[in-house]
Design a protein around this ligand. Sequence first.
Ligand code: PNS
Length: 159
Amino acid sequence: MSIAVYPGSFDPITNGHLDIIKRASKIFSKVIVAVLINRDKKGFFSIEERKELIEEAIRGLDNVEVVSFNGLLVDFMKEKEARIIIKGLRNSTDFEYEHQMALMNKKLNENVETLHMSTNPEYSYISSSAIRQIVSFGGEIKEFVPVNVEVAIKNKMKN
Ligand code: PNS
């Protein structure tokens, strides 16, 4: 069975992330979306909220599972008996960062392979941080995130 892990902060999941998950789910027998628990950084959404939002957004993709993890990604990969990391690439800035990360993960565990998937150009300018910034200034994010995320953001802003 080919298991791919798609790690990230997903604060929140965007249409760009969702596109990568859907494409990966057609290639691998199982895709694990791994949400990083970062204790040093208070997110916009909690880890549980992020997981729930991803789970709702991927409904119908039966070979995709969502879990949270802390510590090193390579240790998580070992625990899940997975060898493949999927990362989306939007542009050359992503490439620089992701390439370095892929080399470091390879150094930490030579059995792990990082596969980079070019983002659909339609989503190449979308990032979770841009979404958070637009929201903080009262802008519209409908086009950039799944519907359930848009609703959850609006509810959070109301409260
Ligand atoms: O969505 P992000 O914030 O770009 O995701 C980054 C993530 C979670 C993929 C990366 O920070 C990560 O793998 N963190 C776990 C710690 C680790 O293994 N780092 C790599 C060695 S430096």
